[in-house]
Ligand binder design. Sequence first.
Ligand SMILES: Cc1cc2nc3c(=O)[nH]c(=O)nc-3n(C[C@H](O)[C@H](O)[C@H](O)COP(=O)(O)OP(=O)(O)OC[C@H]3O[C@@H](n4cnc5c(N)ncnc54)[C@H](O)[C@@H]3O)c2cc1C
Length: 402
Amino acid sequence: MRCDAVIFGGGIAGLWLLDECRRGGYSVVLLENRALGSGQTVASQGIIHGGLKYTLSGMLTKSAANISEMPLVWRECFAGQSEPDLSDTTIRSNYCYLWRTQSLTSRLGMIGAKVGLRVAPENISANDVPPVLKGCPGTVAKLEEQVMSPPSLIANLYERNRDVILKYNAQTGCEFQTGKPSQIEQITITTEKGESLKLMPSRVIFTAGKGNATLREQVGLSTSAMQLRPLHMVMVRGNLPEFNGHCIDGSKTRVTITSDRDIRGQTIWQIGGQVSEVGVEMTADELIAHTQQELSEVLPALDQDRLEWGTYRVDRAERKTGGGKRPESFAIKSEGNTLTVWPTKLVLAPVVAAAILPKITYDATWSNQEQQTLAAWGKPPVALPPWEVPGNWSHRPLRKSA
Ligand SMILES: Cc1cc2nc3c(=O)[nH]c(=O)nc-3n(C[C@H](O)[C@H](O)[C@H](O)COP(=O)(O)OP(=O)(O)OC[C@H]3O[C@@H](n4cnc5c(N)ncnc54)[C@H](O)[C@@H]3O)c2cc1C
């Protein structure tokens, strides 16, 4: 089967690109090795960033500036007013709160947060401050960055493109035929039952996150083009308010909290920011103790009794930078007919897809039978969010009710 492109990996980068390609009339297939969104997308906090973190660290440079347009682009998609129509995606909140602690760096950071953002924070009156932020010093601001549920976003894009999304086994069920190392002429995928499909792509696009390393190795490309930056995230559940926000401290977000609900309807907080960076070197129990201490300082009104705590580790997969720093923006590496993609941020998926689209040409037209073969092929599931993975909660409770 000839294809205009074959995409490897159904996280946000691959699925958004697939959707763009299909709306553009291209004959494109997406191959997924595990569950859609496994790795970073489903583990993410789902914030539709407009560049706050880049502003704080002075990295809102020209190349990073396209992030400031993203809240408006996504908002229209969530409202069903622009393509892709993402009106089936669950919006956790239409805004985030910004607050600070007593420290001077924290005060200066809060000022920095107000400079240079397209979607700028607005101070709220004392009456509108949510109870969980009572006792926090200084003014509290609201930032119109939406927070969505990543598993529902993945499911939304999957439903729109289901017929051309195929499950395969990268270890045992995939063979590449290459001319030169970066020129992939044929990809054969085989199921456990022995059914096989030969794809002849004009373009091959790796959007497999951490899995890009193995894919690149398989086709003879260097793996030194990318870096992994680990995070150790904290989760907490129990009698918690729904709350989304950043505690600003200098050029950092001391904690970033997002909320969702688990299948039993309990509120879950995902906690990232500095705690998840410093937590990389800690055990789960150490990180939980550290986060409890941090929360008692940054959210003094929060009642931490009878909460259940968990953690999970996840690597951010990015193009390599000097000194292992966060890249300024997304990266696309072009070699032969392959493109390797690192979006850096979930919100950048629309600009990543727009940059790739002109590199795809109309070479293939599928027959009805070919379309039916693709539609009938095995489909991958959507990955579970980290709080539905039982092993992530198996830590001893460190703080009990008095
Ligand atoms: C904890 C955390 C919080 C974050 N929060 C935010 C946030 O709030 N806002 C934001 O904008 N960004 C956030 N990010 C960044 C964002 O999550 C990532 O930039 C983005 O999700 C990367 O998407 P991706 O599609 O490139 O990769 P991934 O989401 O990692 O997806 C890769 C896909 O490829 C599949 N795959 C792997 N190997 C193969 C293979 N050999 N063949 C086929 N498929 C394969 C995987 O199963 C998976 O489906 C966060 C990241 C982390 C880690």
